[in-house]
Design a protein around this ligand. Structure first.
Ligand SMILES: NC(=O)c1ccc[n+]([C@@H]2O[C@H](COP(=O)([O-])OP(=O)(O)OC[C@H]3O[C@@H](n4cnc5c(N)ncnc54)[C@H](O)[C@@H]3O)[C@@H](O)[C@H]2O)c1
Length: 274
C-alpha cells in the first residue's frame, strides 16, 4: 500500500529524468515526490515530445518539461540551468534513463554493433556522469542533496537476454561509487536503486521479459516490487531520513537478490521435469 503522503519532501526541489508514459518508473516517482510536496522539472529526450504523453504528468505535478538528449552534455547543462533558474538550487536528481540499442534491434551479445553498444553505454550510464558533472559545474546541488539512479541486478549477474544492458548497469553503478566518494565531501549522496523486473516500455523491450518476471516472482519471498513501491522507496532515498546512505546499490526486489532457491520454484521445476 502506498504512503498517504507525509510531506517528507516538503521544501525539496529537483529534476526527474525519464518519465515516458504512465508505466514508467519515473512517472510513478514523479507522482510520489509530488504527493510528498517535492517540486521538480521533468526532462526526457526531445523525441518524446512528439508522443505528447508527458504533458499530462507535467500538468498533474505542476512541473515544467525541459527536453534534452541524455547523451548531449550541452542539453543536460541547459536542464540544470533551467532548474536553478526556477528553484535556486537543487535537493535531488532522479536518473531513470535506459536504452539498449542492440537489445532493441535483436543483436546478440556475441555480435554487438559497437556503435550501438557505445550509444547504449552513453545513454544508459555515462549520462549520469554528464548530469552530475553539469550540476557540479553550476554549483547547483545543496548540501544534503540526494541523487538516485535506477539499476538492475543484471549489473552483478548474467541474465542472458539482458545482454549489453548488464554492462551499462555495471558502469552506472561504478559511476555511482566513483562520484559518491567525491560528492560525499560536499555533503551530497548518490545511490542506485536496483529494481525488480517491471512492466514498462523499457522493461518489456527485453526479450523474454515475461519469463524473467515470472521467474523472479516465484523466487522473491515478497514477490516482485512494483513501480509504485519503487516510487515510495525513491521518495525515502530523496528524503533526509536516509541522509547517511551513499554509494550503494540498493536492491528493491522483494528479496530476490538474496535468494538461491524457493520451495515454490523447486516444486515448479520438479513438476516440469517429472
Ligand atoms: N522496467 C524494468 O524492469 C526495470 C528494472 C530495473 C531497472 N530499470 C531501469 O529503470 C529506468 C527507467 O526505465 P523504465 O523501466 O521506467 O522504462 P521507460 O521506458 O518508461 O523509461 C526509460 C526512459 O529512458 C528515456 N530515454 C531513452 N533514451 C534517452 C535519451 N537518449 N535521452 C533521454 N532519455 C532517454 C526514455 O525516453 C524513457 O523515458 C531505466 O534505467 C531502466 O533500465 C527498469
Amino acid at each position: 500500500m502506498a504512503s498517504n503522503g507525509r510531506q517528507i519532501l516538503a521544501g525539496k526541489r529537483g529534476i526527474i529524468f525519464g518519465a515516458l508514459n504512465e508505466s514508467s518508473l519515473a512517472w510513478h516517482i514523479a507522482e510520489a515526490v509530488y504527493r510528498e510536496r517535492g517540486r521538480f522539472l521533468l526532462s526526457n529526450a526531445p523525441v518524446v515530445e512528439r508522443a505528447k504523453t508527458l504533458g499530462k504528468l507535467a500538468e498533474k505535478t505542476e512541473s515544467r518539461i525541459v527536453w534534452a538528449d541524455a547523451s548531449n552534455s550541452k542539453a543536460l547543462g541547459n536542464v540544470i540551468s533551467e532548474a536553478t533558474d526556477e528553484f535556486g538550487s537543487l535537493d535531488f536528481i532522479v536518473h531513470s534513463i535506459g536504452m539498449g540499442l542492440n537489445v532493441r534491434k535483436n543483436r546478440p551479445y556475441e555480435d554487438l554493433n559497437y556503435e550501438w553498444y557505445h550509444k547504449t553505454l552513453d545513454i544508459s550510464a555515462m549520462s549520469l556522469h554528464r548530469i552530475v558533472h553539469a550540476a557540479l559545474e553550476a554549483d547547483a546541488m545543496n548540501e544534503g542533496s540526494s541523487i538516485v539512479a535506477l539499476s538492475y541486478i543484471g549489473a552483478q549477474r548474467t541474465f542472458s537476454k539482458y545482454s549489453e544492458m548488464g554492462d551499462a548497469k555495471a558502469l552506472l553503478e561504478s559511476i555511482v561509487r566513483s562520484f559518491g566518494y567525491r560528492l560525499g565531501k560536499k555533503g551530497i549522496r548518490i545511490n542506485t536503486i536496483s529494481q525488480s523486473p517491471t512492466r514498462t516500455t523499457a522493461g518489456v523491450g527485453i526479450k523474454g521479459f515475461d519469463a524473467l518476471f515470472d521467474y523472479t516472482q516465484r523466487i522473491a519471498p515478497l514477490g516482485n516490487a512494483d513501480a509504485e513501491s519503487c516510487a515510495d522507496y525513491t521518495v525515502a532515498m530523496l528524503s533526509d531520513l536516509t541522509r547517511m546512505v551513499t554509494m550503494q546499490t540498493l536492491f528493491h526486489d522483494g528479496g530476490f537478490s538474496m535468494m538461491g532457491m524457493s520451495d515454490q520454484f523447486m516444486a515448479d521445476l520438479e513438476s516440469a521435469f517429472s
